[in-house]
Design a protein around this ligand. Structure first.
Ligand code: GDD
Ligand code: MG
Length: 364
């Protein structure tokens, strides 16, 4: 089976993390975000995968290569300009088989795509959309279903008065290639706004899935995905031991690591430091004396000074946080940011790559 994964979005809502790294290869716990999707697909026997890239495409290719490390065949298609979700699949048409999977690349899920495929075959559908219930469908594609699972209506980003079901488009489709004949070539086109509404009554089915599903589009959801992987709320390949820890052999910890937590190779924790629960330290991260890091992610090579308190935040690769600084409230530090000693960052502040904040800086 073949899959086309869309990874051409700019990941604007995850800036400043995605200012320097393309979202698909941004580390999530111990591997690139997209690796979870590739492993999930491989588990369902999907080994021929086409990546539909746009923004920073070479960055994706440099990390994932030809897929042989993962036991799959990976090919890349690079649009000259973003063509939208429909334009992107049309652009990749010549590489696609008669029937293929199409996926939004920013989703962490363990839905049963084999069962979805079975339903697709059984109903003779032209397109079958995986569906998942969410509390607030307004940021998604709302899907109204008939009893027989044919789609009655597809409404992308519905307004509050249009919401009468909690089922949304999970961004995982089985498609027959002939539906691509409905998409004009070479133009920007939205599969959600233009193709699916047109396919209603023409072989468009929904498959209400069960399992874990999360769109990793914002810093809050990036943290949520991290916590869910650490707590094993989603089935992934992250290798936590029975005590919900994964600490590399060469980690030098003279403090405490409280599960669930992942601490990668070369990291060090000074006396009195506490990492966890629900924390990830990337490679070579240094945590100073008496510093605490809880419900937070610190990416490769960052340094957290003595006495810092970090909670509910993401520290970009190579960032430096001065002594006694407090960071919480969904703050994101970009790559290489320096925050001076005795500072306080809160309320979703986002500090862009390369910025230096002086000692005692306060940002909300
Ligand atoms: N190649 C390419 N070109 N990929 C693109 C483009 C493009 O022009 N635009 C977006 N993508 C990719 C993004 O990288 C992402 O992986 C996927 O397409 C979906 O785009 P998002 O921008 O993340 O859309 P969304 O989250 O607002 O909504 C979509 O996903 C929801 C589920 O997460 C829609 O499909 C909704 O209907 C759906 O509910
Ligand atoms: Mg999305």
């Amino acid at each position: 089976m073949q899959a086309l994964i869309l990874v051409g979005g700019e990941g604007t809502r995850l800036r400043p993390l995605t200012s320097t790294i393309p979202k698909p290869v941004l580390p999530l716990v111990d591997r690139p975000i997209i690796a979870y999707m590739l492993e999930w697909l491989r588990g369902h026997g999907v080994t021929d995968i086409v990546m539909s890239c746009g923004f920073l495409a070479s960055g994706v290719r440099n990390v994932l290569g030809d897929g042989s490390d993962l036991g799959i065949r990976l090919r890349y298609v690079e649009e000259p300009r973003p063509l939208g979700t429909g334009g992107a699949v049309k652009y990749a048409e010549s590489l696609l088989e008669e029937r293929f999977l199409m996926l939004n690349g920013d989703v962490l899920t363990d839905l049963d795509v084999s069962a979805q495929l079975e339903q697709h075959e059984h109903t003779g559908a032209r397109a079958t959309l995986a569906l998942i219930p969410v509390d607030d469908p307004s940021a998604y594609g709302l899907v109204r279903l008939e009893e027989d699972r044919t789609v009655k209506e597809f409404l992308e980003k519905p307004s509050p008065d249009q919401i009468d079901t909690d089922l949304i488009n999970a961004g995982a489709y089985v498609l027959e290639r002939d539906v691509l004949s409905l998409i004009p070539p070479g133009v920007t086109w939205s599969i959600e706004r233009e193709l699916f509404p047109r396919l209603v009554g023409q072989g468009l089915y929904g498959f209400p899935g069960e399992g874990y599903w999360l769109d990793i589009g914002t810093p809050e959801r990036y943290l949520q995905a991290t916590f869910d992987i650490l707590e094993r709320n989603v089935h992934t390949g992250v290798d936590l031991d029975a005590g919900f820890l994964d600490v590399a052999d060469d980690v030098e910890s003279r403090g405490r690591i409280v599960p669930p937590a992942v601490v990668q190779a070369g990291a060090s924790i000074a006396p009195g430091g506490r990492v966890g629960s629900l924390a990830v330290l990337g490679r070579d991260v240094k945590v100073g004396r008496e510093a605490t890091i809880e419900r937070a992610v610190v990416l490769q090579g960052a340094e957290v000074g003595a006495g810092c308190q970090l909670e509910q935040c993401i520290v970009g690769a190579g960032a430096r946080v001065g002594e006694g600084t407090q960071i919480d409230g969904g703050v994101v530090l970009g790559e290489g940011v320096t925050v001076g000693a005795g500072s306080g960052l809160s309320a979703g502040a986002r500090i862009f790559p390369g910025v230096t904040l002086p000692d005692g800086a306060i940002r909300f």
